[in-house]
Design a protein around this ligand. Structure first.
Ligand code: CMC
Length: 435
């Protein structure tokens, strides 16, 4: 008869242990019972970069990397991208259910009325150098927001938590747009509460002298789709940062600034920028085969290809590719699209990429769209951070309310010097005190 346990024999002692298996996992703390002596600390698991460690239970996002499946709260990403809006998706991520018509109207109204930021925030942003990276500005400005809402530190109060979540979802686009305006030396544009979430964002980005900026509806919808696709992706580097920082019970502005900092890195939210640089470097369809050969020779990586979790086509990349077609109908075709299409075609047929299960990821086509919208590459990670705010907050809210969670505090395998006597300065030589 089968039982949901794992039998382990410790060959050091010959002892046998039964470890319960729950939801396809064992609790790492069960290993602590495995000891060679009574005063032994017990066995640990060693898992740098969390390759095979579940750090939480989560009911938010489901990914099956082999099958190329992504669902938010059970809803397939394809259906949300086709039929939902970003704010509705944000509600779904935070509350677990799609809103009723009345709930959605109230939610949209509340987010809309939290889009303004304190005037001091404007002065804070103005203090940055003219060439400040907009992502550095966003990280700093979000952290600064905590000083405007000291009550945000009461993270044990669910109502208070929700209020801060609404503020963050509403204010991050304002800060993001102002970071862009700052980099262009343009006056900051205040939110327009008559516009929808993405329409207002585009207005804060691009409005000049016109009394009201109305974005092309195709571009507004394309941005909505991109925002839906980027809203959450379970326990990625930045979500893990959000949960980890949040586990210290700090306010969500400080935790979200940390999550945004994690996103800033080129292996995470910065990859779309690298794709654009790569496509520009290739420059011409005729040079694609030569570039692919260099990748196969191990000289370079094909940016926008491969994923730690997806070992088939990233479902988001498929939707973004279709969205790109719609955008280019309005903006004109990005000449680098042909290079991207040829690169994808050759790579998908090549043994090197097929055998390693390397497929286009979310970043392969998104940069082309951002560029077509007129955005500089430095804004690409910012464009990722705006919608991911909802995901970070959903992860934070779930973590805070989870009775199993404590402060995140991993163990280590110590590899340093054993205990030794302090060496007085006059007796130190390099032989005695190794670097
Ligand atoms: N181009 C060429 N070869 C690659 C690539 C690539 N983009 N990605 C992986 N490989 C090869 C790698 O050399 C290795 O080959 P071998 O077995 O011969 O040594 C094999 O595939 C496995 O690679 P890995 O480095 O063990 O895979 P990983 O899961 O640690 O890395 C990754 C995942 C996304 C960091 C990596 O695929 C990569 O660097 N891709 C390019 C950067 C990129 O597009 N990042 C965006 C990720 S999606 C958005 C996000 O998470 O924010």
């Amino acid at each position: 008869m089968s039982s949901d346990t794992l039998s382990v024999t410790d060959n050091r002692t010959g002892k046998r242990y039964e470890i319960p298996i729950e939801d396809g996992a064992i609790r790492a703390t069960e290993l602590r019972k495995i000891k060679v002596a009574e005063d032994d600390f017990g066995l640990m698991s060693y898992d740098p970069a969390f390759l095979n460690t579940a750090s939480c239970r989560s009911a938010i996002t489901y990914i099956d990397g082999d099958a190329g499946i992504l669902r938010y709260r059970g809803y397939p990403i394809e259906q949300l991208a086709e039929r939902s809006t970003y704010l509705e998706t944000a509600y779904l991520l935070l509350f677990g259910e799609l809103p009723t018509a009345a709930e959605l109207a109230a939610w949209v109204d509340e987010i809309t009325h939290h889009t303004f930021v304190h005037e001091s925030m404007k002065r804070l942003m103005e203090a940055f150098r003219y060439d400040a990276h907009p992502m550095g500005m966003l990280v700093s400005a979000v952290a600064a927001l905590s000083t405007f809402y000291p009550e945000a530190s009461h993270v044990d109060d669910p109502e208070n938590r929700l209020l801060q979540a609404k503020r963050l979802i509403a204010k991050v686009p304002t800060i993001a747009a102002w970071a862009y305006r700052h980099s262009r030396g343009l006056p900051y544009v205040y939110p327009d509460n008559e516009l929808g979430f993405t329409g207002n964002f585009l207005s804060m980005m691009f409005r000049m002298a016109e009394p009201r900026y109305l974005a092309d509806p195709v571009l507004e919808r394309a941005l909505e789709v991109l925002f839906i696709l980027h809203a959450d992706h379970e326990q990625n580097c930045s979500a893990n940062a959000m949960r980890s920082i949040g586990s210290s019970r700090v306010d969500p502005y400080s935790a979200l600034a940390g999550a945004a900092a994690a996103l800033y890195g080129p292996l995470h939210g910065g990859a779309n920028e690298a794709v654009l640089r790569m496509l520009a470097e290739i420059g011409d369809v005729g040079r694609v085969p030569e570039y692919v050969e260099r990748v196969k020779a191990g000289e370079l990586r094909l940016m926008g290809f491969g994923h730690r979790v997806y070992k088939s086509y990233d479902p988001r990349a498929r939707i973004i590719k279709q969205t790109a077609d719609a955008v280019f109908e309005v903006t004109g075709r990005n000449p680098l699209l042909d290079v991207a299409l040829e690169l994808e075609k050759i790579a998908l047929e090549d043994e090197y990429f097929v055998s390693r299960k390397l497929y286009p990821n979310v970043d392969f086509y998104s940069g082309l769209i951002y560029q077509a919208l007129g955005l500089p590459v430095a804004m690409f990670p910012v464009m990722f951070a705006i919608p991911r705010t909802a995901g970070w907050l959903a992860q934070w809210l779930e973590g805070i309310a989870d009775p199993e969670q404590k402060i995140a505090r991993p163990r280590q395998v110590y590899t340093g010097a054993p205990e030794r006597e302090y060496v007085p300065l006059e007796r130190r030589s390099r032989d005695l005190v190794p670097r």
